[in-house]
Design a protein around this ligand. Structure first.
Ligand code: ATP
Length: 213
């Protein structure tokens, strides 16, 4: 039976309260609250070095907070596969020895599901012929589309996107944001880190501004 991400998704957002993180005695996050609701985008913005990526890492459970809490629905740790991430530099996070087809299909391999990678490629505007290429043989925009395709296969409850369009030209950026909006409209809670205030203000129901006090 084909993998049907939408049907499998059980939405639950996340709530972070009073997060504090410091490195080497220097406070980076100071009492930060953030809520990401199902079917909604939450923006994180602020100048360079104010802790946007650190906040995403804490939300993903990759960096422990010194204090504060993160709740994922009813849980205090995310369910396996509940969080999907989209990186600013997709080349740094994908396996360079995998074809785009394998990169897109990977979440279904992990769960033992079946997936129509060509259909997913069509949905994210990636020519099927590119699926047989390796990351070094495609553009940043094409690789980011493949990563969005992988998100569609994973169908996470929560998407954490760290400057996902900053490497892309305006047309490709709009397209990737449109695809993320589809994932949100499908019920995911999305946290969007971006320096681009206009983008955050136009798309996000809630905005966390770091470095503003
Ligand atoms: N593992 C770490 N050890 C020590 N310091 C760190 C670590 N991770 C981040 N920092 C520091 O924390 C601060 C915030 O970094 P972070 O990458 O979260 O900022 P950012 O807002 O995402 O920046 P940018 O917009 O430039 O990507 C920086 O001063 C950084 O040097």
């Amino acid at each position: 039976m084909p993998h049907t991400p939408t049907a499998l998704r059980q939405t639950s957002g996340l709530v972070a309260e009073r997060l504090r993180v410091g490195f080497d005695g220097h406070t980076v996050l100071d009492d930060v609250d953030l809520r990401a609701r199902p079917g909604s985008m939450t923006g994180v913005t602020g100048p360079s070095g104010t802790g946007k990526t650190t906040l995403l890492r804490v939300l993903a459970g990759l960096v422990p907070a010194d204090s504060g809490t993160v709740r994922y629905g009813e849980r205090d740790t995310p369910a396996p596969g509940a969080i999907g991430m989209l990186a600013q530099h997709p080349r740094l996070v994908v396996n360079p020895r995998w074809t785009l087809r394998r990169i897109v299909a990977e979440p279904a391999v992990i769960t033992g599901g079946d997936v129509d990678v060509d259909a997913i490629a069509g949905r994210v505007g990636l020519e099927s012929s590119l699926l047989e290429r390796f990351p070094a043989q495609v553009s940043d925009g094409q690789l980011q589309r493949a990563c969005v395709g992988r998100l569609l296969v994973q169908a996470p409850h929560i998407v954490l996107a760290d400057e996902p369009t900053s490497m892309l030209d305006p047309v490709a950026a709009r397209s990737v944001i449109g695809l993320l909006q589809e994932i949100v409209d499908d019920g995911a809670a999305l946290v969007l880190v971006s320096h681009h205030r206009g983008l955050v203000e136009s798309r996000c129901a809630e905005i966390v501004e770091l470095g503003s006090r």
